[in-house]
Design a protein around this ligand. Structure first.
Ligand code: 1HN
Length: 348
């Protein structure tokens, strides 16, 4: 049986309804279908694209208008209009910002309850210090700053450095759990490259890891390794099969942060491919190449450094516009959250 014709507020005596409100109560039935629609969620998230060519000049202008001391983090937030610009949501659970750091600047040390990552878009000489280890930031590198770990940024090169920040902030803020602690600059007590040397080779771990786990063993995923791994995977993947690699915790093989998942996709020359239709929302960032994304009824052309929001339960087809060059995409999703909540679904 389908209950689509539920009673409305107007069906109720006005004085009765007003008394309910005065007592901080509400009837469920007029609002039930809104919060529990049939078949699939009523999605407020729109499949919007933020073009780097539009955002970059404004971000560089922020570098002139607002000194880093006045910003703490100099970021333009990618806000999904369907969710209300003030709410700073790219999707309902995913925050995305583009952060600029200029040569010689530092973004002070802090730690917080939301999980965060950085994905480098342009520039050389940037770095993040996490847990006493200096992590170089080269184009396409993924840097994790897990919940509760100290992190600070710096820039020793020339020219602007820009990266994409992804956080589970809407989720953590939404459950009244978002806060930060400020600290003095960390002492760097590890050699550069330590976590990559220990955990950066698939299938191999320091022997001691068999008996003793590290909390977040691998904090930096260099793009050159991910790109090479995608190309190798493409060579052994039949046409029509999605070439996609998940970033994982090398000790557990599971997603590397509690709520957000990260993956990289290669679209082979001329390839057009459907993503599995699933319950999770995601954000796709173009690392290299150009093409188009079909998301439900919307069609967006994309080129390098553009960023696209994909709602939950969306039908997505991606195509590479080039007949002779691959395209590379970075994806953030909330699938780990869905899995933990027991609501993760793949529909085809
Ligand atoms: C944060 O800690 C950073 O550390 C960037 O670079 C963006 C947005 C909201 C909350 C914390 C960073 C952030 C953030």
């Amino acid at each position: 049986m389908s209950t689509t014709h539920l009673g409305t507020v107007e069906d109720l005596p006005k004085d009765y309804y007003e008394k309910l409100v005065a007592n901080n109560t509400l009837p469920l039935w007029p609002a039930l279908r809104a919060v529990l629609p049939h078949g699939k969620p009523a999605r407020r998230t729109q499949p919007v694209i933020w073009r780097y060519a539009d955002v970059r000049p404004d971000l560089l202008r922020a570098g002139e208008l607002t000194p880093i001391e006045k910003a703490e983090r100099r970021v333009l937030v990618l806000c999904n209009p369907g969710l209300g610009l003030d709410n700073m949501q790219a999707t309902a659970s995913i925050y995305i910002g583009l952060q600029l750091i200029q040569p010689g600047e530092t973004a002070p040390n802090h730690k917080h309850s939301p999980s965060a990552v950085r994905f480098v878009i342009e520039g050389e000489g940037g770095f993040t210090v996490v847990n006493g280890e200096k992590l170089p930031m080269e184009k396409g590198d993924l840097i994790l700053t897990p919940p509760g770990l100290w992190h600070e940024h710096g820039h020793e090169g020339s020219g602007p450095v820009v990266w994409l920040d992804a956080l589970d902030l809407p989720l953590i803020y939404g459950i009244d759990a978002s806060y930060c602690t400020e600290g003095t600059s960390q002492t760097i007590d590890k050699v550069v490259g330590t976590c990559t040397a220990r955990y950066g080779r698939g299938g191999l771990l320091p022997y001691s890891a068999l008996d003793q786990k590290t909390h977040y063993p691998l904090l930096r995923f260099p793009w050159k390794d991910v790109r090479a791994a995608l190309q190798q995977l493409a060579e052994v993947s039949p046409a029509g099969q999605l070439v996609q690699l998940a970033y994982v915790n090398p000790e557990t093989g599971a997603e590397c942060l509690p709520t957000l998942g990260f993956s990289a996709i290669m679209l082979r020359p001329g390839e057009q491919i459907r993503l599995p239709l699933r319950s999770a929302s995601s954000v796709v960032h173009v690392v290299e190449g150009a093409g188009a994304a079909h998301v439900d009824d919307a069609q967006h052309r994309f080129s390098a450094a553009d960023t696209l929001a994909i709602p939950t339960h969306a039908a997505v087809t991606l195509s590479n516009a080039s007949a002779d060059q691959p395209a590379f995409l970075f994806m953030v999703d909330d699938a780990p959250l869905h899995r933990k909540l027991g609501i993760y679904e793949v529909f085809d």
